[in-house]
Design a protein around this ligand. Structure first.
Ligand SMILES: *Cc1c(COP(=O)(O)O)cnc(C)c1O
Length: 353
């Protein structure tokens, strides 16, 4: 069967208006990659998969929601869209807007966006503004502008974003033929955890597929849902979840409670270690995307989680290639050798273990 985007693949299950005009880059249908070596470390008889959302057209899960948000905006005659972004929403909005001939305006917090994400937004032709403030400040601004003008808001406050993003839950169930016992994922503005929970609940009602427990993971320096109050100056190396006032915070807490799961926080070091562990299985994800696995390991090490015999899906939300700087700055540069076979042989043999 020909590849379909998420609207065509799941249209009857999406709560979207009739005026929606599909704008797609054939997002979704991302692989569910088994990670047997990591699963073995997590617990005896544990089965684990990575839902690799970094393989969407612009490198993150944001494309699932953006195809729907832009399709709806185009259908009602919008001429421009706006969003605040830690990077991936900007690149995604810019790409889908370009696809449909809309103007895209994106606001990013100054100096805190990975180079590859900013480059994407620029390459797709968006109007990019950096603001001297946080993501949360940028979000307040775009909400205000979209209320005052006909420019359509495409942050995850837009309900159509979640309609698109919930299709990832459908795909996991369709591919496995069941739902996992646990789903682990990073939590920033909390749209994605809310969307997954919607998706799993809908499949439970429609098909009787049991729902997973959800483990949502924030970074210690940006953990408003763990602390129970907003964080004024969120800080973490995982810039995609560097958010102090999650727009969908209440829904995220509901998802954790209803699913009998929880939302926890992990340190930047734990996130960096999880990124390396995934890369050692051939899956390079951006830092925020490693938070799900980091959280799972954190809970296991603390004796609060028994992974043995469990089936676990780890959502890796974005690709590592957009943020190469973190690797360049945290790992040694490649060794320089003369262009001579002797020197090469000596280097290779000398460093063989
Ligand atoms: C947006 C984003 C997140 C956070 O998702 P929310 O819906 O804001 O919680 C996590 N990882 C990546 C790579 C993202 O782009």
């Amino acid at each position: 069967m020909a590849v379909q985007g998420v609207i065509d693949r799941y249209r009857p299950l999406l709560n979207i208006p009739d005026h929606t005009q599909t704008v797609t880059l054939l997002e979704g249908s991302t692989p569910l990659i088994p990670i047997p070596r990591i699963a073995e470390e997590l617990g005896k008889g544990c089965k684990a998969w990575v839902k690799f959302e970094g393989l969407n057209p612009t490198g993150s899960f944001k494309d699932r929601g953006m195809t729907v948000a832009i399709s709806e905006a185009v259908g009602r005659g919008a001429k421009a869209v706006i969003c605040a972004s830690t990077g991936n929403t900007a690149a995604s909005a810019a790409a889908y807007a370009a696809r449909s001939g809309l103007r895209a305006i994106v606001l990013i917090p100054k100096g805190k966006v990975a180079a590859g994400k900013l480059a994407g937004a620029v390459a797709y032709g968006a109007d990019v503004y950096q603001i001297d403030g946080s993501f949360d400040d940028a979000l307040s601004l775009v909400v205000e502008i979209s209320n005052r003008t006909p420019i359509a808001l495409v942050n995850s406050l837009n309900p159509y974003r979640l309609e698109g993003q919930k299709t990832a839950a459908f795909e996991i169930c369709d591919e496995l033929g069941f739902s996992p016992d646990w789903l682990c994922l990073p939590v920033g503005n909390a749209g994605n955890i809310s969307a997954y929970w919607m998706g799993f609940k809908e499949y439970y009602e429609l098909k009787g597929i049991p729902r997973p427990h959800i483990l949502g993971v924030q970074a210690e320096g940006a953990a408003p849902l763990v602390l129970g109050h907003p964080v004024e100056h969120p800080e973490t190396v995982a810039t995609a979840i560097r958010i102090g006032k999650p727009a969908r915070g209440e829904q995220a807490i509901e998802a954790a409670e209803e699913s009998k799961g929880r939302i926890i926080a992990v340190s930047d070091d734990e996130i960096l270690a999880a990124q390396r562990k995934l890369a050692a299985s051939g899956i390079w994800v951006e830092l925020a995307s490693a938070a799900g696995l980091a959280g799972l390991i954190h809970e296991i090490n603390a004796g609060r989680f028994d992974a043995s015999g469990k089936r676990i899906t780890i959502v890796c939300t974005g690709h590592g290639m957009k943020d190469p700087d973190i690797i360049a700055s945290s790992m040694p540069a490649p060794r320089l050798i003369p262009a001579k076979s002797d020197a090469l042989e000596e280097a290779i043999m000398g460093s063989a273990k």
